[in-house]
Design a protein around this ligand. Structure first.
Ligand SMILES: Cc1cc2nc3c(=O)[nH]c(=O)nc-3n(C[C@H](O)[C@H](O)[C@H](O)COP(=O)(O)OP(=O)(O)OC[C@H]3O[C@@H](n4cnc5c(N)ncnc54)[C@H](O)[C@@H]3O)c2cc1C
Length: 380
């Protein structure tokens, strides 16, 4: 439901999957472009900083809350249209991402089935180019409908101009905070077989009898079920009753190392007596190493606890809130980063967004390892 005016003192913790953070001084839920313009005008007139919020599954609010206006984007709409053998989907930013995936899979459409179960809204999906099991939003996105927060003009940005990369886009980079996303358009395949590119998913699909004998529509449904089960087994589907899903998903990005950085990692691993091979795969001109492996080998086991927060018992990359605070969560994140940097010379970058009042979040540590003092040990 949208608000006609901003509300005051709205608790933010229930609006995030981490269940952390204080109150928003002002909070405004908007259901249309006009309402978004109204909220942004109000913030300008009242000299309030703005934090845009969707489902809160990739946002960390400080314990002190947010001392400005939180604009919650609730723009509705989900429309599927045949377009020359393909299907075009227009979705409002406030729709649930997984409702969009389910609706597509139910129609037998392929292209986003591996992105099943990712929490959050449609509008946030382009921000970090959501991805899972070898598939990314950028593969099917046609364009993003935006509102320029400065000019308050509407703009349509084609996918090719979104600057997409691994968990990256211009909306996280040079245009961070510039646009409010109102909706997206996707182009999905109809009657095509799903493409399985990830061993673990292929294994899970095989375990269910494979997809070779199925029609394309049945096959895409089987893939969705397999993805959801895999995600459930790692608490990567948000469930109230599952304390390990009280997270922001993966807390760190998988680092992509240059050949030199990778050799340094190998050297350190060997000299520490490491026996198993370092898991890695080629990506983006370097080698991607699972951050979860680095976290565990740096001494942070699944289930590790630190003052009311900790690591999920199922996934070393999910920092979870048991009954803690944002402060404790960021401390733990910094401890992990320092340990990984000290042990392996690899710097981990945070994936979720820290909604800082000064808007200065760059995904880097606030405590501990200092960006201004790079050392051989902390370079990546
Ligand atoms: C259990 C769990 C599993 C997850 N698994 C995955 C995964 O497999 N792959 C993956 O990529 N991500 C994953 N995530 C992260 C998260 O779900 C995605 O990043 C999702 O797209 C965030 O959506 P949201 O609406 O909750 O965003 P929010 O947390 O509300 O916002 C995230 C960022 O997007 C901005 N934003 C939100 N909506 C808009 C808008 N309409 N216009 C402009 N800016 C906006 C916010 O300002 C903020 O900077 C997971 C998270 C959890 C909790």
């Amino acid at each position: 439901m949208s608000d006609a005016t901003p509300r005051t003192g709205v608790p933010l913790a229930p609006r995030t999957t981490l269940r952390l953070g204080g109150k928003a001084r002002y909070f405004w839920s908007v259901s249309s472009a006009d309402e978004a313009v109204e909220a942004l005008r109000w913030a300008r007139a009242n000299r309030q900083r703005v934090q845009v919020l969707g489902g809160g599954s990739n946002t960390i609010f400080p314990d002190e809350g947010f001392p400005g206006l939180v604009v919650h984007v609730a723009v509705p709409g989900l429309r599927f249209r045949d377009a020359g053998g393909k299907v075009v989907v227009d979705a409002g930013a406030g729709e649930s991402w997984d409702d969009l995936v389910r609706g597509s899979v139910d129609r037998g459409l392929t292209g986003i089935e591996c992105l099943s179960g990712i929490p959050g809204t449609v509008g946030a999906a382009p921000i970090q180019n959501v991805g899972a099991y070898g598939q990314e939003l950028s593969e099917t996105l046609v364009h993003v409908e935006c509102l320029d927060r400065e000019t308050l003009e509407r703009e349509r940005i084609p996918a090719a101009e979104c600057g997409f990369g691994y968990r990256w886009s211009r909306f996280k980079g040079e245009d961070r905070g510039r646009f409010l996303i109102l909706g997206i358009r996707l182009r999905l395949e109809s009657g095509s077989r799903p493409d399985l590119r990830y061993d673990q998913l292929e294994g899970e699909v095989e375990r269910r009898g494979g997809i070779g004998d199925l029609s394309p529509a049945e096959a895409v449904r089987r893939v969705r079920e397999a993805v959801l089960d895999l995600r459930e087994s790692k608490s990567m589907v948000v469930r109230e009753e599952d304390p390990d899903s009280r997270s922001a998903g993966s807390f760190f990005l998988n680092p992509v190392l240059s050949e030199e950085e990778y050799r340094e990692l190998e050297r350190r691993w060997d000299s520490a007596g490491g026996r198993e091979a370092i898991p890695s795969y080629p990506a983006d001109g370097g080698r991607k190493v699972p951050a979860a492996w680095l976290v565990e080998k740096a001494g942070f086991e699944k289930g590790h606890r630190h003052g009311g927060v900790g690591l999920s018992t199922k996934h070393a990359l999910a920092l979870v809130n048991r009954d803690g605070s944002t402060r404790a969560l960021l401390e733990l994140a910094d401890d992990i980063r320092e340990a990984v940097a000290g042990r392996f010379g690899v710097r981990l970058e945070r994936e979720p967004v820290l909604a800082e009042p000064d808007g200065a979040d760059d995904g880097r540590p606030r405590h501990g390892v200092s960006d201004s003092e790079p050392s051989e040990e902390t370079q990546t």
